[in-house]
Design a protein around this ligand. Structure first.
Ligand code: 28F
Length: 636
């Protein structure tokens, strides 16, 4: 059979058109997340230039029209002709897929994304893109339009100061690809840029939002991940100064910063080549293993742990621990469902060795801190044993309590978790309406009467003594703590239905805290939602229109013709709606609006929960005053 395709054909097949056909293959998704991914691809190239040692200043500007500029002060992309393509190197980088891989000889890329090959992908998915390279006193410029087509070859357009070097890329996402939105979220960009600055000590990254009066922030941390840990513990009481350990073996470097605080939760975040390894992996395993090993051996050595005592478990050793692990690897293998788990097996021992050595030395040299750390772990161990007893009791009590429990939960008829929904409803009266207004086949209602315990301030054993929490756990069917099994979740959607007022926001945050601390996999798997009852109802003629907020109201009113005479009213609270209204506005699968709760940035969420739920009053007040992530329409 003759060859039907030549090399050239394959080249064409792999061209930018392929990216536009299947954007998901290159950036994962064309949702808001994919949109932001475009920025990360370009920023990664700038960070690579910083890691190579040639750039220490990066600027990201969100323009009024949601185009974005990324500028670095590196060497500037090469401006010569590429021998293989016969095109300028710049045009090659922006129009040939995988150019970075093919053309980047020697050295290694350690930043995230597509390892520096993302520029062409971003170009392919943009309405237009401009690149400016500053080198040797000249500005080299090229513009692309409609998914990466060069308008003209690269050319020198103006002169610049001889000392000025660097690359600036400006692009506008193509709305026909990013159908959901092309509007950037300032916080999403700020959080990741801050993270990059923490992970790359000394790198200065500035974010400017021209949509918002040029609002700007500069991130630069000379202490690197030490300052990262300081931020994690900002609203907590630290037990000691931050411990920092680093080392390198075979070109693989490991850096760890850690500090215990007075809370009961652990915040451990690991990274490889600046990528958040949400699913952990060998670097994290190695450090955790070494932490448990060193704490036990030290505790035994100083006789705080007696010969007959049970060993401290990993969980005991991590209670109240804030830790950042950063690994730099020349050839990382990412595994797991979301490709965020480091798989390289050689890293486990390197991470464990590096951390053991540094941490053991620290304990020897700082016996007072060592003692307080061991005491904290031993307290955790005692609490764990108490919680185990309490859990066994709940289980037994659960059997006895079955009438009480099913008296509360109006379960759905379907036993198929994939179509079942659980509404957690604020108050008995809204609960009653919800039960009457629901689709009883698939919708279960659990009215919440009592106060939900603030689990930010409680360990598992105390959480389990709270009646409302026990009822929720029983309804979920997953168990909790060591007995947790996500696959036993009885509902595909857990929907929090609370009023849009202070009490409602408070209950919602308490529930989210509970889920975040004890049922994180449920949140991560995208099962948690907030119902969004409308704020206004607009009636004109026979038409009834419900809208979520002022913005939607004004938008809708603008669509009505001048002489429509209309009626507008603020909606009642959930408790005052009758079953039909509640169904119509908030529960009916075809009409309702749900907001999915994600743990996209666990660190930001952790911060929010700490601020909202922790001991410190000032950050909480400040947060509520300035932020509305989980508390929109707060009328305080
Ligand atoms: C706003 C985004 O993309 N910055 C970049 C450089 C510098 C070099 C380079 C980039 C060499 C052969 C691929 C310069 N001088 N910011 C950026 N800065 N790419 S991207 O080289 C590209 C490779 O083909 C650079 C000497 N070596 C490398």
């Amino acid at each position: 059979m003759p060859n039907e395709y030549s090399d050239n054909d394959i080249q064409v097949l792999e061209g930018l058109e392929a990216v536009r056909k299947r954007p998901g293959m290159y950036i994962g998704t064309t949702s808001e997340k994919g949109l932001h991914h475009l920025v990360w691809e370009i920023v990664d190239n700038a960070v690579d230039e910083a890691l190579a040692g040639f750039c220490d200043d990066i600027e990201v500007v969100i323009h009024k029209d949601n185009s974005v500029s990324v500028r670095d002060d590196g060497r500037g992309m090469p401006v010569g002709i590429n021998a293989k393509t016969g095109l300028s190197t710049i045009e090659t980088i922006f129009t040939v897929l995988h150019a970075g891989g093919k053309f980047g000889g020697g050295g290694y890329k350690v930043s995230g994304g597509l390892h520096g090959v993302g520029a062409s992908v971003v170009n392919a998915l943009s309405s237009w893109l401009e690149v400016r390279v500053y080198r040797e006193g000249e500005v080299h410029y090229q513009r692309f339009e409609n998914g990466g087509n060069p308008v003209a070859p690269m050319r020198v357009t103006e002169k610049c100061a001889k000392e000025r070097t660097g690359t600036t890329v400006t692009f506008k996402a193509d709305p026909t690809i990013f159908k959901e939105t092309i509007e950037y979220n300032y916080e999403t960009l700020a959080n990741r840029l801050r993270e990059l600055a923490f992970l790359n000590k000394g790198l200065r990254i500035m974010l400017i939002d021209e949509r918002n009066d040029g609002k700007s922030e500069t991130f630069c941390y000379n202490g690197g991940i030490i300052e990262y840990v300081a931020m994690l513990n900002k609203n907590k009481q630290p037990l000691h100064d931050i411990i920092y350990v680093n080392g390198e073996e075979n070109g693989i470097s490991i850096e760890v910063a850690m500090q215990y605080n007075d809370s009961y939760n652990s915040s451990i975040y690991s990274f490889t080549n600046n990528i958040n390894t949400y699913e952990g992996g060998t670097h994290e395993d190695g450090v955790k293993f070494a932490l448990t090993k060193i704490i036990n051996s030290y505790a035994k050595k100083v006789k705080m742990l007696k010969d007959n005592d049970e060993s401290l478990t990993g969980d005991d050793c991590r209670e109240g621990l804030a830790m950042i692990i950063s690994c730099k690897h020349p050839d990382p293998q990412f595994e797991g469902q979301t490709k965020t788990k480091l798989g390289n097996s050689e890293v486990r021992k390197i991470a464990s060795d590096v951390f053991s050595e540094g941490f053991e030395r620290y304990l020897m040299e700082n016996p007072t801190v060592a003692k307080s750390i061991i005491e904290k772990c031993m307290t955790a161990s005692r609490a764990r044993l108490a919680a185990k007893k309490a859990r066994e009791m709940t289980r037994r009590k659960g059997d006895l309590d079955v009438t009480n429990f099913f008296g509360k939960l109006a379960d759905c008829k379907s036993k198929d978790a994939s179509v079942s929904e659980l509404f957690l409803v604020e108050g008995d009266s809204a609960g009653g309406s919800a039960i009457k207004g629901r689709d009883s086949m698939t919708q279960a209602i659990l009215p919440l009467r009592g106060k939900i315990l603030n689990v930010e301030k409680a360990r598992l054993d105390r959480a389990l003594s709270n009646e409302e929490i026990r009822t929720i756990i029983t309804a979920f069917g997953t168990g909790i703590g060591e007995d947790f099994h996500l696959d036993k979740l009885r509902y595909n959607k857990i929907i929090i239905m609370t009023d849009a007022d202070v009490d409602g926001s408070h209950i919602r945050v308490l529930l989210l805290t509970l889920f975040y601390r004890f049922f994180k996999p449920i949140v991560e798997a995208g099962h948690v939602y907030a119902a969004q009852p409308p704020l206004f109802v607009i009636k004109h003629g026979k038409t009834i229109k419900y809208v979520l907020n002022e913005e939607e109201r004004d938008e809708y009113l603008a669509t009505l013709s001048q002489n429509t005479k209309y009626d507008i009213a603020r909606m009642k609270g959930l408790g005052e709606m009758n079953p039909e209204e509640l169904n119509e506005t908030t529960m009916d699968i075809n009409k309702r609006v749900l907001r999915q709760i994600t743990v996209d940035d666990a660190i930001a969420a952790d911060d929010i929960f700490t601020k909202l739920m922790g001991e410190e009053v000032e950050p909480r007040r400040e947060f509520i005053a300035t932020n509305a992530l989980f508390a929109e329409n707060l009328d305080i």
